[in-house]
Design a protein around this ligand. Structure first.
Ligand code: PRX
Length: 644
């Protein structure tokens, strides 16, 4: 039995939703989704109100997802313009720089000016409704301006995280045929410079674009190509003051975000306008119990979906004050998060288990020397939070006062699907607890039979919610195959999950070939294809293994070409290679040179065995009798690399 933390009365009485209200609203949301979402869609300002609410099919022959399909609206108008009359002087974005001496407060009125200017610059660079624009930016306010400027023009943004290499960036620019890239001279993280513009220069050699808009961040020395590269500050001086927000259909695309799957190429997850914004804003309000006067901080990067939905779109649609942080948790010291909480009086704080674990390792004294008295709600996202980290977060950071919302969701889901609500849900450390309104999770066995009661299985969702992705950009068939074919008529999440006797959900991790490194998704097939592109590598197999800080680490088995010798130098070379091919976020943690990989007689690599060896569970290898050469397993065990 796990510990249960009941909702403190004081929290329940001040919260937007208590348990009775949760149960009542949840029931209404699944009994009559049309009526429920028809009502909650009104939280947005529509240019033309919708008359149809839900039109969705999970039938694998005809997967089609539409919400509010005859309504029109503009996302930037909802996130900015509509707040100017009522809260123009309220701070919309608090920006905290990498260096603690730098911060900015941007009001809704100022945000409006910046978004219009950016939209003007983009329009002058030729961007029109429907065009794709790639953003490769550090965590600076211009990232939010650029997202909202695209939305204002009806252009579709595709953000590429700054930790991706020029190759990965090029793949994502050409994948959606972007004609414009927005970047900065350099990024700044933990006192170190990230060569963003130089990376763009390399990427556009293979993925040419018409224009590169460059924001000056560090003033570092970069090359500017005449006729293609535009300094943002220069172009801004000639941009119009006001750009009319484009009238968009609810189902027009808002953004593409590439994410890893179980096969080689990353998928362009496509989110649309009306349903996405309804869902992002509603979840932001209720999951974090956001109320006027709160200062809300999500520590993610806008390069990931968490940054899209819960730094920019959800909070700004709600007229919230959202904090954007350029730096890292441990710079200049492991007190940084808590110093920022005190400096800006943060009341709601949302981060990832990997950050919690690394700060936990640095020691309580870094937390205890700060006040944190403004904190009210804590959140977690990205991977299962281990109970030890949960308890530290709850007791040391939150001093037992602040509910933790452990939010389970995915790039594909657009917003949070399974989560506690602070005033409604008793907490169990490590459980994402119960579904959000309108979400119908189920557990199925390998045949797709729905399992009842306390049990374990694969997590599926039975009915659509407005924030769901609509397609894989340019490849609807891949969308259908990936998510709706494994279990007919259901959305398959790729996650394993347990449900306990109270109906609480406990995510157990991915059941496909995706691993979760520091809360970031990495397809093992992507790392493998990077490795086999190296001239000395003949074969590679990549699996995850438990890693104290990262959750999962990247364990690589490599077979070298005939005549090549294993060495530590070659290990280093391969790590460098993967960083160059995919980016620093894909750096292998351990590399084992293997003369042979365990294969079936038909030549298929048996990853199950490789996973077990990497996990150190040699007694439990299962049946190895079908292997073409069972002796490779002994060699693999004998030469297993030590955990870092
Ligand atoms: O395995 C789940 C894990 O992260 C995956 C989604 O990754 P991504 O699309 O990059 O989005 C991350 C941020 C939403 C899921 O399939 N995951 C995410 N949140 C949790 C989680 N696993 C357990 N508990 C969570 N709270």
């Amino acid at each position: 039995m796990s510990e249960v933390y009941p909702v403190p009365d004081a929290v329940a009485s001040a919260a937007l939703i208590d348990n009775a209200r949760y149960l009542e609203m949840y029931e209404a949301s699944v009994n009559d989704p049309e009526a429920f979402w028809g009502e909650h869609g009104k939280r947005l300002d529509w240019i033309k109100p919708y008359s149809k609410v839900k039109n969705t099919s999970y039938d694998p022959h005809n997967v089609d997802i539409k919400w509010f399909e005859d309504g029109t609206l503009n996302v930037a108008a909802n996130c900015v313009d509509r707040h100017i009359a009522t809260r123009g002087d309220q701070v919309a974005i608090i920006w905290e720089g990498d260096d603690p001496s730098e911060h900015l407060e941007i009001t809704y009125k100022e945000l409006g000016q910046h978004v219009n200017t950016m939209a003007g610059v983009l329009r002058n660079a030729g961007v029109k409704k429907g065009d794709r624009v790639t953003l490769y930016l550090p965590m600076i306010p211009e990232a939010a301006y650029a997202m909202l400027a695209c939305a204002r023009l009806g252009a579709v943004h595709s953000i590429v995280f700054g930790g991706f290499s020029p190759n990965s960036l090029a793949q994502r620019i050409s994948g959606c045929d972007s004609k414009v890239v927005i970047t900065a001279d350099e990024g700044l993280r933990g006192g170190r410079k990230v060569p963003l513009k130089a990376n763009v220069d390399k990427a556009v050699e293979t993925a040419p674009v018409d224009a590169v808009v460059v924001v000056k961040r560090t003033g570092g020395d970069i090359a500017m190509q005449d006729g293609r590269d535009i300094w943002y500050h220069e172009a801004a001086a000639n941009a119009p003051d006001f750009i009319e927000p484009e009238e968009m259909n609810a189902e027009d695309p808002l953004f593409i975000l590439y994410t890893s799957g179980s096969t080689g190429q990353p998928k362009g997850v496509l989110h649309t306008t009306g349903g996405y914004l309804t869902y992002a804003s509603m979840t932001h309000q209720y999951v974090f119990d956001y109320q006027d006067g709160d200062v809300y901080w999500c520590t993610a990067d806008v390069g990931w979906v968490t940054g899209h939905s819960y730094i920019v779109y959800g909070p700004l649609a709600n007229g919230a004050t959202t904090l954007m942080f350029e730096g890292v948790p441990t710079y200049p010291s492991p007190s940084r998060f808590w110093d920022v909480v005190d400096k800006h009086k943060v009341s709601i704080f949302y981060t990832a288990p990997t950050a919690i674990r690394s700060l936990m390792g640095a020691g309580e004294e870094h937390v205890k020397k700060t006040s944190r008295s403004t904190l009210r709600i804590l959140g977690s996202v990205g991977e299962p939070i281990n109970p030890e980290a949960w308890n530290w977060y709850y007791n040391v950071v939150g001093e037992g006062r602040c509910p933790i919302v452990d939010t389970w969701w995915q790039t594909e889901t657009g917003g949070i699907l399974i989560t506690p609500l602070p005033g409604a849900t008793a907490l169990k450390p490590g459980s994402a607890t119960r579904p959000f309104f309108g979400v119908q999770p189920a557990l199925v066995d390998a045949e797709g039979q729905i399992l009842d009661g306390a049990t374990e299985g694969n997590l599926v969702i039975l009915n659509s919610w407005p924030g769901q992705m609509r397609t894989v950009y340019g490849d609807h068939e891949r969308f259908v195959q990936t998510y709706f074919s494994t279990y007919k008529g259901m959305y398959f999440t790729g996650d394993g999950c347990r449900r306990d006797e109270d109906g609480y959900y406990w995510i157990t991790g991915r059941v496909d070939d995706v691993i979760n490194v520091s809360g970031h998704r990495m397809g093992t097939a992507e790392v493998e294809s990077a490795l086999v592109a190296h001239p000395k590598v003949s074969e590679a197999a990549v699996v995850g293994y438990p890693h104290d800080l990262k959750g999962q680490g990247i364990y690589v088995y490599v077979t070298l070409m005939e005549g090549e010798d294993p060495s530590d130098d070659l290990r280093k070379e391969l790590v460098k290679w993967v960083r160059q091919e995919i980016g620093p976020i894909a750096s292998p943690d351990l590399i084992q040179f293997a003369p042979g990989l365990p294969k079936t007689r038909s030549g298929k690599i048996m990853r199950r065995i490789l996973r077990k060896i990497a996990e150190d569970s040699f007694d439990n290898l299962g049946d190895t009798s079908t292997l073409a050469d069972p002796s490779v397993v002994t060699d693999l065990i004998d030469n297993r690399q030590n955990k870092s």
